[in-house]
Ligand binder design. Structure first.
Ligand SMILES: [Zn+2]
Ligand SMILES: [Zn+2]
Length: 154
């Protein structure tokens, strides 16, 4: 039995999108629930059994071998008293332009010493996971799991 890494989940998600197949269609073809496939694609390999994953991989032409160093995602691990600030105006976030859009590179910020939930700089409620899909945070401005930016400009 192959153990599937979270990076392989992303590889499968990207291959499915490229092939233009929706989660529900793929799920019905391989015999799993769309909800399980969705969670799998968000980096939870245990949501599908190996047999189903192998069927999907074969269908999409995805290699299930462990990923190379370059493909590895290093999660940002927050302590209980920090997170990132989803407020685009907060000075903790560094804006930059890509294709005419403003993206923000989130930075690790300390939470207020009292509640431990709010940005110590601007007072916004801190996030520790992707606000869109709940995926782990890693370096960069855009979530690798759902493709949405971590911080949406106003
Ligand atoms: Zn802030
Ligand atoms: Zn996400």
């Amino acid at each position: 039995m192959t153990s599937i890494s979270p990076e392989v989940c992303i590889r499968i998600k990207e291959a499915r999108r490229k092939a233009g197949i929706s989660q529900s269609i793929l799920a019905s073809e391989v015999g799993c629930k769309q909800s399980a496939l969705s969670m799998f694609e968000q980096g939870q390999p245990t949501k599908l059994n190996t047999e189903v994953v192998e069927k999907i991989a074969k269908k999409l032409g995805v290699d299930l071998k462990p990923v190379t160093e370059a493909e590895k995602i290093t999660p940002v691990v927050f302590s209980p008293h920090e997170g990132f600030c989803p407020n685009p105006k907060c000075p903790s976030n560094r804006p930059y332009q890509v294709d005419g859009k403003t993206l923000y590179q989130p930075d690790r910020v300390a939470a207020d010493p009292m509640g431990g939930k709010y940005c110590a700089i601007c007072g916004e409620l801190l996030e520790r996971r992707c606000p869109n899909c709940g995926g782990i945070i890693h370096a960069g401005a855009v979530c690798s799991f759902c493709g949405e930016p971590y911080i949406v400009s106003a």
